[in-house]
Design a protein around this ligand. Structure first.
Ligand SMILES: [Zn+2]
Length: 195
């Protein structure tokens, strides 16, 4: 991913911002940041550059949880949790096929940091709405993202048959790890430990 896409409307008419607004200038130390981009189409501001890196969401976020599925096929969940020097990935298969087994893998901390960099600086997940709902569809697909931080409340975003404009790019981030489940079934036990 390299083209910047507005997380609110999907436009690629984006302008980089250099200056802070007065409101941004008046923030307290811990939160001092400016929005990195302005969408020319919807005028939305997004992308956050923190004056103090250690207060940035990519620094403070230590867990990602994503659940997706539907009534018919069940829900699958992936959880990525930062540990000491690596990150733990746990995949829970759809409940319908759930046999009490979850699958775990370790990934290098650098992979987790790349995921977070994409989440906050390419997908701009902090600028997503909290809820994406299409009430006209019965059943269909439900999904939920929960991000957990050291310095702020968990961020919960959910949807039912409606999706953020950058949802597919989000799936590109997590799908390789769901695929690990298939890898496990194929017998690559060195990478994954069955619990
Ligand atoms: Zn926009």
């Amino acid at each position: 991913m390299s083209t910047i896409i507005c997380p609110k409307c999907g436009s690629s008419a984006i302008k980089e911002r250099k200056k802070q607004t007065p409101k941004e200038r008046n923030q307290d130390n811990k939160n001092r940041m400016r929005h990195a981009y302005k969408c020319e189409t919807c005028k939305g501001l997004f992308g956050r550059v923190y004056e103090y890196k250690e207060y940035s969401p990519e620094y403070q976020c230590y867990q990602l949880e994503f659940t997706v599925g539907g009534f018919r096929d069940g829900y699958k969940t992936i959880q990525i949790e930062q540990a000491d020097g690596y990150a733990n990935i746990t995949v829970y298969p759809p409940v319908i096929r759930y046999d009490g087994i979850q699958y775990t893998a370790h990934i290098p901390l650098s992979d987790w940091e790349d995921i977070k960099d994409d989440l906050f600086n390419q997908l701009f997940i902090l600028s997503w709405k909290k809820n994406y709902m299409n009430h006209d569809v019965m059943d269909g697909t439900q999904w939920e993202v929960i991000l957990t931080f050291d310095n702020r409340k968990p961020l919960k975003i959910s949807g039912s048959n409606d999706f953020p404009v950058l949802y597919n790019q989000f799936l590109d981030l997590v799908n390789p790890y769901f695929d690990l489940l298939g890898v496990e079934i194929a017998g690559y036990h060195t990478l994954l430990n069955k619990r």
